[in-house]
Design a protein around this ligand. Structure first.
Ligand code: C2E
Ligand code: MG
Ligand code: MG
Length: 521
């Protein structure tokens, strides 16, 4: 709203001047002033002249009063307009990073439409920050907020000539008109690098990383509004593939995303109907040939009898946050099954890094142990090396809670991840699980054999039990035993089987080479 609309004010002023001049001319023509003089003299007894002067003074003061109120009104209106602007700024911006939010993005798209720029080629990317949620959960929102603000500043420095938005949570969106593919990719790589630089807050370093999905208009998206959806779809694919490189959208990705959403729906239903259950794969002592434990492996059996691979639904559950619920259901069931086993037979349970986002996860596990009656010393928790990309100190605190209760901790898929020796020495594990990729090739590959030997030596040196995963041939079991590996697991012994079959397996002793290195039978 404007107080003075140009046309109306001018018309008003012109009309008033016209009326004033006409009145003046009329007075002249009617000889009004002479009549007035006579009138004033005639009515001197009622002091008409003083009355006229008073009226004139009142008129002038009224004018001054009116002018001053008008000025106040203008100030008030200006103030309201500013407030309105502020409110719409707040609505369209994220207060923490001061970047435009989704509403700001919508407004930007509208502006581009109005300016006729929406038809120009555009490139966009979604930057998805990994590891932020857990920092937020564990260290609190204040630290989380500071981290987001730092990331926003870093991105601002990178996307100087582009539009940058915070989509909410831990996602940012950048877009640019007429960008060149190679430059856009370069910016994306820079963003990945910059985001993963350590962030220092109060003398403590925090690390997060980024996945990036990119899309182009008009190549990928039918219109500029759809560009965001394509970039989101691409970033989901980047996350699924754990791609450290920025990922471009393509139609196959879109189909994959739709399939993924469908699978997510089905998994939620499957959890409710009990289609997902733990199966058990035995872990064998390579010297005695006896079962020393079972690893619980999730199995999703559809009503038609077909199985969905955990390689498919576990990462999905991790991404959608369903892993906590999935794991709780499986763990409860596994504990109940394990109470039927001899006390010396351990239950080994896989914990995914995403579960460490829940500060109470250790406590919840201990509660389940208590409610099912399984002794903590009969439980082993398997964590993978990818846990190390998280805050090692924090992982140590969470694991210590379990360890103090008597739970054993195993490091799974050893040799495939990011572990460094210093982290290994800091994090005290009870067991080291040599990944099956080494086991499958070490007999034919001298270098792999050296590595396996070194891993067994390392495990033994650090006082851990070692177990080789994926043993399929007796020659592998034999050699591993000779190299000093304590335990083995693999199809040679048994695949993962349902609880009832696991109980039957308990009686089995597998033929293995004795410790005095006689031949395996
Ligand atoms: P993992 O923990 O390393 O489990 C071992 C995988 O190797 C299992 O695959 C098992 O079936 C397979 N395997 C065992 N012996 C052999 C062998 O001799 N040859 C070959 N080729 N494979 C063998 P699976 O069950 O498909 O599970 C894959 C991964 O999914 C697991 O790897 C684990 O990381 C994850 N996973 C499975 N169940 C759970 C669960 O309940 N919770 C969590 N967080 N992760 C799970
Ligand atoms: Mg495992
Ligand atoms: Mg493994």
């Amino acid at each position: 709203m404007r107080l003075f609309r140009g046309g109306r004010a001018t018309r008003d002023a012109a009309a008033l001047i016209f009326i004033g001049v006409s009145l003046f001319a009329l007075c002249e023509w009617l000889n009004f002033y002479d009549h007035l003089k006579v009138f004033l003299e005639q009515y001197e007894f009622v002091q008409a002249d003083e009355l006229l002067v008073t009226l004139t003074i009142v008129g002038v003061l009224g004018f001054v009063f009116g002018y001053r109120r008008l000025r106040d009104l203008r100030a008030e209106v200006a103030h309201r307009m500013r407030a309105e602007r502020d409110v719409s700024w707040i609505a369209a911006h994220d207060p923490l990073t001061r970047l435009p939010n989704r509403i700001g993005l919508k407004q930007q798209v509208e502006r581009l439409r109005e300016d006729g720029k929406a038809g120009k080629p555009h490139m966009a990317m979604v930057i998805d920050i990994q590891g932020f949620k857990s920092i937020n959960d564990i260290y609190g929102n204040e630290i989380g907020d500071e981290i987001l603000a730092v990331i926003a500043d870093r991105l601002r420095d990178i996307f100087i000539g582009s539009y940058l938005f915070r989509l909410g949570g831990d996602q940012f969106y950048a877009a640019q008109e007429n960008a060149v593919i190679r430059d856009w990719e370069k910016l994306a790589r820079r963003a990945i690098k910059q985001v993963s630089e350590p962030i220092e807050i109060n003398d403590r370093y925090y690390e997060v990383s980024a996945y990036i999905g990119m899309a182009r208009y008009p190549d990928d998206a039918a219109n500029i509004k759809y560009l965001l959806r394509c970039a989101l779809s691409a970033v989901s694919a980047a996350k699924r593939e754990q791609s450290g490189e920025p990922k471009w959208f393509d139609t196959a990705i879109d189909e994959a995303t739709a399939k993924y959403a469908e699978l997510d729906k089905q998994l939620r239903a499957a959890l409710k109907s009990g289609e997902v259950r733990p199966y058990y794969q035995p872990m064998i002592d390579l010297t005695s040939g006896r079962i020393v434990g079972f690893e619980a492996l999730a199995r999703w059996r559809r009503p038609d009898g077909s199985f969905v691979s955990p390689g498919e639904f576990i990462p999905l559950a991790e991404e959608t946050g369903l892993i906590g619920e999935l794991s709780a259901i499986l763990f409860d069931r596994a504990c109940r099954d394990a109470t039927k086993w001899p006390r010396g037979v351990r239950l080994s349970f896989n914990v995914s890094p995403a579960q460490f986002n829940d500060r109470n996860f250790g406590r919840k596990m201990l509660e389940t142990l208590a409610s099912t009656g399984l002794s903590p010393s009969q439980l082993e928790v398997e964590i993978t090396e990818s846990m190390f990309v998280k805050d090692v100190q924090l992982v140590a605190v969470l694991l210590d809670e379990l360890r103090e209760a008597g739970v054993h901790i195993a490091i799974d898929d050893f040799g495939t991840g990011y572990s460094s020796l210093s982290q290994l020495s800091r994090l005290r594990f009870d067991k080291l699980k040599i990944d099956r990729s080494f086991v499958s090739s070490f007999l034919d590959d001298a270098r792999q054999a050296m590595i396996v030997r070194a891993m067994i030596g390392l495990g033994r040196g650090l006082g851990m039990k070692t177990i080789a995963e994926g043993i399929e041939e007796s020659s592998q079991a034999e050699t591993l035993q000779l190299l000093g590996c304590h335990q083995g697991q693999g199809f040679l012994f048994s695949r993962a089987v349902p609880a009832e079959q696991a109980l039957e397996l308990m009686q089995t002793t597998w033929p293995v080479r004795s410790a005095d290195k006689t031949a395996i039978n």
